[in-house]
Design a protein around this ligand. Structure first.
Ligand code: NIG
Ligand code: FE
Length: 397
């Protein structure tokens, strides 16, 4: 048992306590509240004084493509000169370029690259990351990517949620045969080995059609996997609505989603995940965060870390953009990057500091718990805890 005191402000994220204390037992929150209300037996335990700092739940980044090799700096420069993402993709660059580099890398190389990125996220307080495959395309390379995610879990202090991603149809394949291969071989294999918990499908012009996605999602559901979508990003396809109707965990991107799409997400309890990095860098309309929230959607915000559309290494930046451009309040932004994101991963015990929740939290280097949303370009983090244990090497006990 550990009792943390000296917390000037704690956000659960749904409640706010001043002069708070947090008791942790076996990696979970045992008690949280005002320090002067700390009950026995916690009162008599030795305390860890956090020095008058703020505490928020560990951030949950519910949409990343953390495992990749190569880089797309040249493409980034081309896009800055006016080239479009879709044109580059159609010409065999973009996702295809990262696929070539990722296929050429072995598991150890990919692991080393992904570990470095995971450490960057940890330093800013991200304690859980969803990580997608999708740069292998051929089964052996998709499975290789998912094995890297499994090894990340062993190598790093964070929690990782692996997702199988049907990204694009690789060259050399007939579309129908490719989808059939996923349905008959890859999805069953991933479900059998437990290498991923969910299937995500990128539904868009250069990716999969809605009919193909439906076939893939049905196969995933039959094998007990959850489903997700890259939906309504570059064109409107109906993917958000369909994945909601099928009971999907989340529909992500949503730059081109419409009010009926939001209504479907709200009705079915499918999380709407916004990815400000991709929206801005691909010069798409900024997703209607405020309107979506007001329509009853559980809104999450994620980094979409990837080498092409969103080279983001800091989830706070995505949350800041959701405040500045999406018109979320600071409290809502924190919920979007913690408890709501955890829902998009079917891990409701994460992203909140309530009795029974995982004791994953960030000690903010300020008396104000929301200071990281206010400070742009620098994230004030003093310490990060996962399951009640310090996760940064330099963290105090
Ligand atoms: O979420 N939209 C498709 N997939 C990724 C981008 C992947 C890439 O460009 O490498 C995304 O934006
Ligand atoms: Fe993505």
């Amino acid at each position: 048992m550990r009792v943390f005191t000296g917390i000037s402000e704690l956000r659960t994220p749904f409640k706010r306590f001043e002069n708070a204390a947090l008791a942790v037992q076996e990696g979970r929150v045992a008690w949280v509240g005002r320090e002067d209300a700390l009950p026995e037996p916690y009162r008599s335990r030795s305390k860890y004084d956090l020095g008058g700092r703020g505490v928020v739940p560990g951030l949950v980044d519910s949409h990343t493509h953390l495992v990749w090799a190569g880089d797309r700096l040249e493409e980034y420069a081309q896009r800055a000169r006016g080239a479009s993402y879709a044109e580059i993709l159609a010409a065999g660059g973009g996702i295809h370029a990262t696929t070539r580099a990722t296929r050429a890398a072995n598991e150890d190389e990919l692991l080393a690259l992904a570990r470095k990125r995971a450490r960057s996220f940890l330093k800013t307080g991200v304690t859980t990351l969803e990580v997608k495959s999708g740069y292998g395309l051929e089964p052996e390379h998709e499975l290789k990517m998912l094995r890297v995610v499994r090894r990340l879990t062993e190598a790093e202090p964070q929690r990782f949620a692996p997702t199988l991603l049907a990204h694009v149809v690789p060259s050399g394949w007939n579309r129908d045969s490719y989808v059939e291969m996923w349905v008959r071989e890859l999805i069953p294999e991933v479900a059998r080995t437990g290498l991923a918990n969910a299937l995500d499908v990128f539904v868009d012009r250069e990716a999969f059609t809605l009919a193909e996605a439906e076939r893939l999602w049905q196969a995933a559901l039959e094998h007990g996997l959850d489903i997700k979508a890259h939906a309504e990003q570059l064109t409107h396809t109906g993917a958000a609505r369909l994945v909601a109707e099928l009971g999907g965990l989340s529909a992500d991107h949503l730059e081109r989603a419409t009010p009926p799409d939001w209504a479907a997400l709200a009705k079915h309890g499918t999380v709407g995940t916004l990815l400000p990095g991709a929206a801005l860098l691909l010069r798409q309309p900024f997703p209607g965060a405020r309107a979506m929230w007001d329509a009853g959607v559980t809104v999450a915000v994620a980094s979409d870390h990837n080498p092409g559309s969103s080279p983001f290494y800091n989830l706070w930046l995505a949350l800041q953009l959701a405040v500045a451009l999406g018109r979320l309040t600071l409290e809502e932004a924190l919920q979007a990057g913690t408890a709501h994101a955890a829902r998009a991963l079917a891990r409701p015990q994460l992203g909140r500091l309530e009795p029974g929740s995982a004791a994953d939290f960030v000690v903010v280097d300020s008396p104000h718990a929301l200071e990281p949303l206010y400070r742009w370009g620098e994230t004030p983090v003093h310490a990060v805890y996962v399951a009640g244990k310090p996760a940064l090497a330099e963290s105090p006990p």
